[in-house]
Ligand binder design. Structure first.
Ligand code: SF4
Length: 188
C-alpha cells in the first residue's frame, strides 16, 4: 500500500484524529501474540504494601491460579510513584526464590559446614545462650545506685528481610531483656 506525505497526515489526523496502525496496513497479529505470552496475562491485580520499611511503598501484585507471578511498584501511589528500592523490587523472591532457606541451619564453632537442625533444637540453644549471656552481663543499678536494668553484653541486628511487624516484635522482646544496643538494617 503506497502513501504520500499528504495521505499520511490525513490518516494520522496530524495529531488530532490519532494514528491508526491498521489504516496504515500494519498487522496487529504480532502484538497480540506477545501479549498472550506475558506472565501477568489473565492474572488478578492486588494492591499491596511493601513490608520492609515505614515508607510503605505501594506494590501491584499479580496473582494467577493462587500463585504470585509478578510484583511491581504502583505508579498511582504518590509516595513511591511506581519506584521501589532494591528490597521492594525483590519482593517476588520472598515466595519464589528456590535458594530461600526454609529450615534452620547451624554452623558449629570452627566448623566450615552448615547442618540442618529442628526448630526445637535451635530455639532451645538460642534461649540457653541468651539466658547465660544475660545472667553474666545484666546491670540492675548504676554506680550511683540508680536502677537501670540494662544489658550491654548482647547486641541485636535485624536482617534486611525482616518486615516491620517482625522488627517490632524482636525489639520489644530484646528491650524486655534490657538490651540497649539494637538496630535494624532498614535504619542503617
Ligand atoms: S523497603 Fe524500599 S520499597 Fe519497601 S517500603 Fe521501604 S523504600 Fe519502599
Amino acid at each position: 500500500m503506497d502513501y504520500n506525505r499528504r495521505d499520511f497526515l490525513k490518516i494520522s489526523g496530524a495529531g488530532v484524529a490519532g494514528l491508526s496502525l491498521i489504516q496504515l496496513g500494519c498487522s496487529m497479529k504480532q502484538v497480540k501474540g506477545y501479549s498472550a505470552g506475558l506472565k501477568i496475562d489473565g492474572a488478578k491485580e492486588v494492591l499491596s504494601i511493601c513490608p520492609f520499611c515505614s515508607v510503605s511503598c505501594h506494590i501491584i501484585a499479580h496473582v494467577k491460579d493462587g500463585r504470585l507471578v509478578s510484583t511491581e511498584g504502583d505508579p498511582d501511589y504518590p509516595i513511591n510513584q511506581g519506584a521501589l528500592c532494591a528490597k521492594g523490587a525483590a519482593m517476588l523472591s520472598l515466595t519464589r526464590n528456590p535458594h530461600r532457606v526454609t529450615k534452620p541451619l547451624y554452623r558449629a564453632p570452627y566448623s566450615d559446614k552448615w547442618e540442618e537442625k529442628s526448630w526445637d533444637w535451635v530455639l532451645d540453644r538460642i534461649a540457653d545462650r541468651v539466658k547465660k549471656t544475660r545472667d553474666k552481663g545484666f546491670t540492675a543499678t548504676n554506680a550511683n545506685g540508680q536502677r537501670v536494668n540494662r544489658l550491654e553484653n548482647l547486641f541485636t541486628l535485624g536482617t534486611s528481610h525482616m518486615d516491620n511487624e517482625e522488627c517490632a516484635l524482636v525489639h520489644q522482646a530484646v528491650r524486655a531483656l534490657g538490651v540497649v544496643h539494637l538496630d535494624h538494617q532498614a535504619r542503617i
